[in-house]
Design a protein around this ligand. Sequence first.
Ligand code: ZN
Length: 105
Amino acid sequence: MARKIKKGDQIIVISGDEKGKMGKVIKVFPEENKVLIEKVNIVKKHERFRSPQEPSGIVDKEAPIHISNVAIICPNCGERAKVGFRIEGERKIRYCKKCDQSVET
Ligand SMILES: [Zn+2]
């Protein structure tokens, strides 16, 4: 299945507590339809003792956000974009419904 959001995409949060924040997708969780976004949805996390180099304590960590709460920022037009798919040659590519340009990364 083609995915609308991929690692490396610039996104904006469109609903929830983090609404309006922008960042880069650093990880995608396809099964859960969630994405991890750099410096967005930071939670304080209690870490158990892992090793002498990584002692237990409270650390700031990004928590995944459901993809329905985010939208891609189109790299071509810079707008918050709706993404569609189309076939070009053999490939299925993502494109911005605003400027009609490919948003493949
Ligand atoms: Zn665009």
